[in-house]
Ligand binder design. Structure first.
Ligand SMILES: Nc1ncnc2c1ncn2[C@@H]1O[C@H](COP(=O)(O)OP(=O)(O)OP(=O)(O)O)[C@@H](O)[C@H]1O
Ligand SMILES: Cc1ncsc1CCO
Ligand SMILES: [Mg+2]
Length: 280
């Protein structure tokens, strides 16, 4: 995709960019392989379908040589990792990188144990194009230290993790995204912020996992612009949350309306709601 790279500030230039990404996903319907946790499989697959992508939750190591080459992108999430899952994650990541296909890492609760942290560090070494976590996950991964936060939930705001995100991006070569009230995305130099979404999204399990999968679908259609793809996916998911919140009565109905809103997003809603700015 071609963009006017000259930023003219605010959502003005980003609304059309975000719409271009969502439209490309709807048009191309990329096949996204997800090796993810048991909690997130349903919401993640439905998020991808609602955005127009095609999810496939294949995680067996025996299937990777046949299947992974057909996927347009790969999402790896360590949420319920056990030692038997790690070889398949590494094999799929390695094969994707070898084939020039983008893959995205969600380092769920990477500070919770040394096994989980080391698994994430091994995966980071296999060159994900994007790493998306919450504030505590990005701080733990950047410091490479076990420091139990609150399990899969964050005790850091996304803005508390900006420096950690920049240093992780510089060390790893990946785009790093931190979700929160303002979603932060950095390549180690530029820092973009997406101020969409509603706080109640934190009360639905696996919304973070699902937005990581949406980022994967967006980089599947334009891996050259992974920074822009990531911030656009975070903003679009947030806009769907804002629209869904108008009809929701609580987390359970927000979950349903978020999916419906993502499915039904039109250009006018995207252009008027996307709120992406350059932070530095
Ligand atoms: N205070 C907030 N206001 C608006 N949106 C928010 C807020 N906090 C989180 N979000 C949004 O909620 C979604 C999930 O982000 P969160 O940081 O909770 O991820 P997570 O901790 O990895 O979640 P999970 O592990 O349950 O998948 C993102 O789209 C994010 O933008
Ligand atoms: C609750 C939970 N536990 C492990 S993974 C997961 C989903 C949110 O990350
Ligand atoms: Mg998470």
């Amino acid at each position: 995709m071609e963009y006017n790279s000259k930023e003219i500030g605010g959502g003005g230039v980003w609304g059309p960019k975000a719409w271009a990404f969502l439209s490309a996903v709807r048009r191309q319907s990329p096949l996204v392989q997800c090796i993810t946790n048991f909690v997130s499989m349903d919401l993640m697959a439905n998020t991808l379908l609602s955005a127009g992508a095609s999810p496939a939750m294949l995680h067996s190591i025996e299937e990777i040589p046949d299947f992974t080459p057909h996927a347009h992108a790969l999402c790896i999430n360590v949420g319920t990792i056990s030692p038997s899952w790690l070889p398949a994650m590494k094999a799929a990541a390695e094969l994707s990188s070898k084939l020039g296909k983008p893959w995205v890492l969600d380092p769920v609760a990477c500070g919770a144990s040394s096994f989980r942290l080391n698994a994430c560090l091994e995966l980071v070494a296999l060159k994900p194009i994007v790493i998306r976590g919450n504030g505590s996950e990005i701080v733990a991964l950047a410091k490479a230290s076990v420091e139990p936060a609150k399990g899969v939930d964050s005790i850091h705001g996304s803005m508390d993790a900006v420096e950690a995100a920049k240093s992780l991006a510089q060390e790893s070569g990946a785009i790093v995204a931190v979700s929160g009230a303002v979603d932060i995305v950095t390549d180690g130099k530029r820092v973009l912020g997406a101020s969409n979404g509603v706080a109640m999204m934190q009360s639905i399990t696996a919304t973070g996992c699902s937005v990581t999968a949406l980022i994967t679908a967006f980089v599947a259609v334009d891996k050259i612009h992974a920074l822009e793809a990531s911030v656009a996916a975070l903003s679009i998911f947030g806009v769907a949350g804002e629209m869904g919140m108008r009809l929701a009565k609580g987390p359970a109905s927000l979950r349903m309306h978020l999916i419906d809103s993502l499915y039904g997003l039109d250009e006018a809603a995207v252009l008027s709601h996307v709120n992406i700015t350059t932070l530095s």
